[in-house]
Design a protein around this ligand. Structure first.
Ligand SMILES: C[S@@+](CC[C@H](N)C(=O)[O-])C[C@H]1O[C@@H](n2cnc3c(N)ncnc32)[C@H](O)[C@@H]1O
Length: 238
């Protein structure tokens, strides 16, 4: 990493700078071996040496969780660029009931809470115990954290007495679900959404587009490269 970049280091977190490295790679300004062998190692070392309280845990939280549970499907939380894109896609201005699938430690959850109305309610579902423990630390009376599997959505909703949502957002890895489970989750999702409600999903591949088109009246696609890995963001309207 050259000196010019070092002078700006303090302004950005590790996730954002990893995202920039990927952007440089996609632009073919960097070779992938440079990124993997040198810069990523440097970024991780720097994060650890900063002495920020909890830095070590923060850097390795997702990686550790994923090594023990492949369904975590990510070695680090979404970058601020992806979070911004997802929050914009959700359009929370008038939402009163919001549901999040795969909330992890709350990296997007926090921003949903910032963007939604004081009267709104957010049900955030996470299947990994360690990540859900972090989610439960978020203190906000509008948040209902749920340690559970979205493939058991009916039971979760019944337990909460929830029958309708305005916006649903999902980071769960559909590609790891069996075909039947994908269909069931999308079917439950459309049933839960109010007419005109929207479903926002961020995913690594476009495999979800045909399925979304089966269940929703309109699907829009965006792509965010400034994230590890770069992700598609789908906006589907009931
Ligand atoms: C790609 S990560 C996204 C995490 C986080 N929302 C972010 O933006 O970085 C997917 C998350 O979905 C969770 N997950 C995977 N399968 C799930 C399931 N069946 N039910 C609930 N959560 C699930 C994983 O544990 C992980 O936290």
């Amino acid at each position: 990493m050259n000196q010019g970049k070092s002078s700006r280091k303090g302004d950005k977190d590790v996730g954002d700078r990893l995202g920039e490295l990927v952007t440089e790679f996609l632009d073919k300004r960097r070779r992938v071996s440079d990124i993997l062998n040198k810069d990523v190692e440097e970024l991780l070392k720097e994060a650890l040496s900063r002495g920020r309280k909890g830095a070590e845990e923060d850097v390795f939280l997702y990686l550790r969780a994923m090594l023990g549970d492949l369904a975590v499907a990510s070695v680090q939380p979404s970058s601020k660029f992806l979070v911004r894109r997802v929050i914009k896609a959700m359009d929370l201005r008038t939402a009163r009931v919001v549901v999040e699938y795969g909330a992890a430690d709350g990296v997007i959850t926090r921003h949903i809470l910032d963007a939604m109305s004081p009267e709104a309610k957010l049900v955030a579902i996470e299947r990994n115990a360690e990540l859900c423990g972090r989610l439960e630390r978020l203190r906000d009376g509008r948040l209902v954290p749920v340690y559970g599997d979205v493939r058991r959505l009916d039971g979760i909703l019944r337990g909460l007495g929830l029958t309708q949502a305005d916006v649903i957002v999902s980071g769960v890895p559909f590609s790891l679900f069996r075909p039947r489970a994908r269909h069931e989750l999308l079917s439950r999702t459309t049933e839960l959404l109010r007419p005109g409600g929207r479903f926002v999903a961020y995913q690594m591949t476009t495999h979800l587009i045909p399925l979304l088109s089966d269940y929703f009246s309109r699907v829009e696609t965006e792509f965010e490269v400034r994230n590890i890995p770069p992700l598609f963001v789908f906006k589907a309207f009931k």
